[in-house]
Design a binder for this molecule. Sequence first.
Ligand code: NAD
Length: 487
Amino acid sequence: MTKVPILIGEHWLHPDAAQAGPVHNPATGEVIGRVPLCGPAEVDQAVAVALQAFTAWGSTPPPKRARVLFRYRELLEVHFEEISRLIATENGKTLDEARGDLRRGVEVVEFACGIAHLAKGEHLPRLAEEVDGLTMREPLGVCAGITPFNFPAMVPMWMYPLAIACGNTFVLKPSEKVPLTANRLAELFREAGLPPGVLNVVHGGREVVDALCTHPAVRAISFVGSSPVARHVYTTACAHGKRVQSAGGAKNVLVVLPDADPEPTIRAVMGSAFGCAGQRCMAGSLLLGVGKAADPLREQLLAAMDQLPLGDPLTEPRTGMGPVIDGRARDRLFGAVAEAGEQGLEITRDGRRGLPEQGFFVGPTLLDHTATQHRVFTEELFGPVLALLRPTSLEEAIAQTNQLPYGNAATLFTESGTAARQFALQVECGMVGINLGVPAPMALFAFSGWDQSFYGDLHVQGMEGVMFYTRQKTVLSRWAGGFRHFF
Ligand code: NAD
């Protein structure tokens, strides 16, 4: 069984933490590791080392920083399959999904390789008589990232590659449920030539998070996880004077119009609702079959769900869907399905039945005749449970979508450009898809949730990520003539 270390500077340490938690292989239920549940002492150590490393790293020329990132990118490619297997082992997603998880992360490293261009400022000669103006973007100092279990590679990589490319040093606190991938990613960054102390990794839960959010030397917090914790992190870290980007949970909507092309639509809906066992913040969990679209959609979906084999992603190559993360998640999902049945929803396909004997499995589940007052309409379940609603028009579908407290993503399936345009303009959420099951922006765009899906203003990834991890300085210079006030 692996005893998971933390990374402080150049040392992998086993802290004398009072407690340690289990790391599972969710497909078998087996405990494969013990993760230390650190506290303020380890956070102090990590932040002190990061602060010390900032002096040199923050003033390293950006093209030189980029060279380390280029080498890191190559190492990630060399170890791509090994890391993908690690993701599948501790998270339970299929190998293809694990490869996608890592690929999206590598794309952020590729984006960050362009830092010398991305972090350039602006210049205006002759802002006034004899006065020139310029701006420059400078790193903040020590930044911290707190991440969820569902993307062990991609979500941490939304943060530390860009923060570090910008000249900051970093303390990563990955989910205690999936610490192994984060450690391997950090190890390879060191191997690529990253100086000690620029990236540090501490493990644990609430205690470590609170210590990071209140630590006086931490300048910025990036968080991704559930909405209640996102709100807690945002309010705590803001109250302690930090800049914060805090992404929360979601309830994403898939709207299907009668004119949608059936075959690609079903494929996209299946991938969105049941990919990664529904444990994506972009997972479609509400399916709005508009008018005549609903009945055929339901029949085609049921047929596709029968063709989705559950199994261990590592030992059964045909596996179409892996387990959920742990026994608590499985029991919570079983409870939500039971409650939906009690509330009068039709459990059209029941994912509580016909499951593998070992591991934390939940089968694909379809709940029909959902209405906006049902709990499954507003509450994020975070599992392979899809609720079907039957609005009579596109306008009604948009109105239902806009009732949700979250503002993450919504997709429309249609052949009509007019409907697509209306949807994109009127739907109130930060990420819109047209004929796409998972409209997740790639590294070049910001991951732009709204409302309870995001607290803060500058989102992760893209230019907003560069802005978040740098602060602007404006310099006005007069080099000609004598001293005069110019305004
Ligand atoms: P979580 O909120 O339980 O945990 C996220 C992180 O917060 C972990 O590192 C955890 O250790 C820490 N944490 C947990 N409880 C805490 C507390 N009370 N105080 C302080 N820290 C705490 O989330 P999860 O179950 O790991 O991940 C699933 C959630 O993440 C879902 O809600 C999903 O929608 C969301 N998510 C959002 C995005 C996005 O971009 N919006 C992306 C991925 C996942």
